[in-house]
Design a protein around this ligand. Structure first.
Ligand code: UDX
Length: 444
């Protein structure tokens, strides 16, 4: 058992804190937001994540997990995880590091020698390369008595699979400082991740810069894979070919693989879009912007898919969206999540509404968040209510309950049986058999 603090209890931090406590460590989670802390302390997740409420309650009941707004309570912890967000700066591509620097600033006065061994600060936030070295230097300069050292330990958790990805990750990366201190920190972190390492999880130890780059490289690769297949969808649209068959066929090549080749309205969320943009911005600062020029294209292809879906909806409504009734199925950036940050579904819905349509949006988990950020949109509790007298139904988040909808039943409430499948998730044969005009993305 190791005493841990987790600074920043958003998606990453809250899940990390609860999983670590469940694995037997003693954990204090710190966040500046009193509402979030109160909710977590009451055993209620501030976001939708399958299985998380149960895990949280179990960890709190064990007596090994508590939450606080008081940073002084990190006192007594040997390992401090920095899990705060690094959003995109307003109006710029670069990442906003305000929260990371504030977390380090707040932590420094509380770093003290620990009876059980070396004190370790562990960075998990996604940061521009070079940030870890800066933080390590600050620790040495401002908390020299603590002997604390820094490890950069990126996380790769997917929303919707956050617990699984924390408890049984694909790999663990330690970016270590030089010399004996780096090695001593590694030994401490090995005890924190003992259960993951016992499962023979691959462990890669690197320097700081490599560890920071691993994270953004992984997300850039995933984004590129999605935009690649979406670019193929554009070709398919121009030629009458079918991108779903194309993806299946190339995915059988083991060197390519079938995952992340689902063409549709593209990627969104709190990570991929902002991470590729921050990566380009950092490459520019480093004078190697040419190396990442392709990511500009990846971003552009991705955003073009959103515009394309709006145009398909316009065409379905006779070339003019004003006054049309449009139903949008899904608001979250992907299923099993209530996250609407940079959600393609929400952006398409908003653009269609902006063109004068009467848009009704439904989602099994994200409606509360939609209400917060887009109070002007009409919300409906379920697809049947949402599709009332619709001229066109647009599926944008492939929740299971939408994929398995009965087209016959939905057809009884709409004005026109027209569906745009923004995720290529519906069965065109079934929908067409029920009298619907079906339009997929990159499908004839
Ligand atoms: C991502 C990374 O996967 C994760 O490793 C990292 O730590 C954080 O960012 P997440 O944002 O939870 O995780 O979502 P992910 O499952 O990667 O999906 C991202 C987006 O891509 C979603 O909008 C999804 O709908 C879209 N997507 C995914 C596609 O459009 N096509 C695909 O084939 C796969």
């Amino acid at each position: 058992m190791t005493q841990l603090s987790v600074i920043g209890c958003g998606y990453l931090g809250a899940v990390h804190a609860a999983c670590m406590a469940d694995l037997g460590h003693e954990v204090v989670g710190v966040d500046v937001d009193p509402d979030k802390v109160a909710q977590l302390a009451a055993g209620k997740a501030p976001f939708h994540e399958p299985g998380f409420d149960d895990l949280l309650q179990r960890a709190i009941a064990s007596g090994r997990l508590r939450f606080t707004t008081d940073i002084a309570e990190v006192h007594g912890s040997q390992v401090h995880f920095i899990c705060v967000g690094t959003p995109q700066q307003a109006g710029r591509n670069a990442a906003d590091l305000t929260y990371v620097h504030a977390a380090v600033e707040a932590l420094l006065p509380h770093l003290a020698v620990h009876a059980d061994g070396p004190v370790v600060v562990v960075g998990k936030s996604t940061v521009p390369v070079g940030t870890a070295a800066e933080i390590a230097a600050r620790i040495d300069a401002d908390a020299p008595g603590s002997g604390a050292s820094l490890v950069w330990n990126p996380e790769f958790l997917r929303e919707g699979f956050a617990i699984q990805d924390t408890v049984a990750p694909d790999r663990i990366v330690y970016g270590l400082g030089p010399g004996d201190r780096g090695q001593a920190a590694r030994v401490v972190l090995d005890t924190v991740y003992a259960s993951q390492l016992e499962r023979h999880t691959p462990l890669i130890t690197t320097d700081y810069a490599t560890a920071e780059l691993v994270k953004v490289a992984a997300n850039s690769f995933l984004a590129t894979k999605i935009s690649f297949i979406n670019a193929m969808a554009e070709l398919c649209e121009a030629t009458g070919a079918d991108v779903t068959q194309l993806a299946e066929a190339i995915g059988h090549d083991e060197r390519i693989g079938p995952k992340f080749l689902r063409a549709g309205v593209g990627f969104g969320g709190g990570c991929l879009p902002k991470d590729i943009r921050a990566f380009m911005a950092r490459a520019g600062e480093l004078g190697v912007d040419q190396a990442l020029t392709f990511l500009r294209e990846v971003d552009a292809i991705n955003l073009r898919r959103r515009t394309h879906v709006v145009e398909l909806a316009r065409t379905a409504c006779g070339g003019d969206l004003s006054g049309a009734r449009v139903t949008v199925l899904g608001a979250a950036f992907k299923p099993h999540s209530d996250d609407v940050r940079d959600s393609p579904a929400l952006e398409v819905a908003s653009t269609i509404a902006g063109a004068g349509a009467h848009v009704t949006i439904t989602d099994p988990a994200a409606l509360e968040n939609v209400r917060r950020v887009r109070p002007d949109l009409n919300l409906a509790a379920d697809p049947l209510e949402a599709a009332d007298r619709a001229d066109v139904v647009v599926l944008l988040t492939e929740w299971e309950e939408y994929v398995t909808l009965d087209p016959e039943q939905l057809g009884t409430v709409v004005a026109h049986r027209q569906v745009i499948d923004g995720r290529n998730a519906l069965d065109p044969v079934r929908w067409r058999a029920a009298g619907w005009t079906y339009t997929g993305l990159g499908r004839p």
